[in-house]
Design a protein around this ligand. Structure first.
Ligand code: ATP
Length: 259
């Protein structure tokens, strides 16, 4: 990725500052440090390669050089956005999903933080926060997308099957065009974060809707149930085996279809 081309490709977006790295440990780590300092709203950290990319709970996220998109966007939430920060993971997932839909693909969101194409993971999202006392000062939205074939990790390292945009499209898409579309979608959708319409769009994009799924919760026995949709805060709503509706919060949870 060439920094001049990157700046040119993003010049029409109302971003804060941009930091580009040929190789970095984790774009989220860099963005969290910058956010705790003086980063403006919508500042972007982007890298061609991550050597210590992170998923949730410090799981590893692979970003080999020259093949993927790995970036972290810093948001300084407005007063209106503050009551809805738990929806930000949905904002990012929908922004990615819409960019894929524009390319005639059929993405689905594997709650809470992955985007699937035909049941294979193509993107992962990691939202982290910088606190100032009791309040969230900044939110960092980390996004990793497998763009070219070479970005897909070897199958034996995965708990869930993965794919790339190139695999699904049959041609290699331009990484900067994909990046532009995602950021532009996210910026456009941001004012709707607190609306019912946003929640409905997010809910409709979920994978396994109406299907039986299991939620692995740490080392506890899994929760089994039918996936009904989302609660207002973005928690997942299930109907369990006793016909009771239960809400599953974000955390140490992994969603799986019931085989
Ligand atoms: P799972 O994907 O197993 O349901 P998860 O949603 O908790 O778990 P994440 O935190 O989103 O996982 O992502 C980390 C996991 O994703 C890693 O443990 C690894 O199995 C997988 N992974 C790592 N890099 C990639 C990649 N480039 N593409 C697809 N999957 C990846």
């Amino acid at each position: 990725m060439n920094p001049n081309e990157l700046n040119k490709a993003l010049s029409k977006l109302p971003l804060g500052d941009i930091k580009y790295f040929e190789s970095i440990g984790s774009t989220n780590d860099e963005a969290l440090a910058w956010a705790a300092n003086d980063a403006k709203d919508l500042s972007l950290v982007i890298a061609d390669e991550q050597t210590a990319g992170r998923g949730r709970l410090d799981r590893k996220w692979f970003t080999p050089p020259g093949t993927a998109l790995a970036f972290s966007l810093i948001l300084r939430p407005t007063t209106d956005e503050r009551p809805h920060l738990s929806r930000i993971v949905g904002l990012a997932a929908l922004a990615v999903a819409d960019a894929l839909r524009t390319r005639r693909l059929t993405p689905q969101i594997k709650w809470p933080n992955d985007v699937l194409l035909l049941g294979h993971k193509v993107a992962g999202i990691l939202v982290e926060s910088v606190w100032s006392g009791e309040d969230i000062d900044c939110v960092v939205i980390g996004v990793g997308i497998n763009v070219l074939k070479g970005s897909v990790p070897p199958a034996d390292l995965l708990h869930f099957p993965a794919t790339s945009l190139e695999d699904e499209l049959g041609y290699p898409p331009d990484r900067l065009e994909v990046l532009f579309d995602i950021l532009s979608n996210l910026i456009d959708m941001r004012p709707q974060l607190g609306t019912e319409e946003f929640l409905n769009r997010w809910g409709e994009a979920l994978a396994f809707l109406g299907e039986q799924v299991q939620i692995e919760v740490g080392s506890e026995p899994p929760i089994l149930g039918q996936l009904l949709g989302l609660e207002s805060d973005g928690s997942l709503r299930l109907r369990d085996g006793h016909d009771k509706t239960v809400a599953v919060r974000f955390g140490d949870v992994r969603l799986r279809p019931l085989a």
